[in-house]
Design a protein around this ligand. Structure first.
Ligand code: CMP
Length: 137
């Protein structure tokens, strides 16, 4: 079993899509081992996305991620990292396959409904950024 970190981003939460996304998470066979609704500050969003701090879209990305509430989750499944990335679809909803979350709920490369860790090292950092061990028992 593997764990990954996931976010229902502010665009999808504000649009009322959290319930449908959680339903897909269950129906695809993930176990939700941690879940909370948060309203990130700009500084918290900058810390989370620090790996992208040199990118031209960093300001836009962190403004958006601190623009409203989101839902952060720890998901468990076999090959959870790739399984969740497959369910999300391509980063840009315009390129995402039919049936993926970003195709259904994303509206642009910035407002793309969901986030997921891209590797075991990032999953460890991202899970630890939002959850302590007792919250993931
Ligand atoms: P995410 O998986 O959360 O990881 C980094 C995010 O940066 C990514 O999803 C996109 O939402 C965002 N992103 C990537 N490229 C761009 C871009 N060119 N303009 C705005 N946001 C971007």
């Amino acid at each position: 079993m593997e764990r990954t970190f996931a976010i229902i981003k502010p665009d999808a939460f504000a649009a009322g899509h959290a319930g449908q996304i959680l339903s897909r998470i269950y129906s695809e066979g993930f176990k939700i081992v941690g879940l909370k609704k948060l309203y990130l500050s700009k500084v918290e969003a900058e810390g989370f996305y620090a790996v992208h701090s040199a990118r031209p879209f960093f300001g836009e990305l962190t403004d958006f991620m601190s623009s409203g509430p989101c839902v952060v989750m720890a998901l468990e499944a076999e090959n959870a990292i790739s399984k969740w990335r497959d369910l999300m679809g391509a980063t840009n909803p315009a390129d995402a396959a039919e049936g993926t979350l970003r195709k259904e709920f994303g509206t642009s490369i910035g407002e793309n409904a969901t986030h997921g860790s891209d590797a075991p090292e990032t999953a460890a950092f991202e899970l630890g950024y939002f959850f302590n061990g007792l919250e993931l028992l």
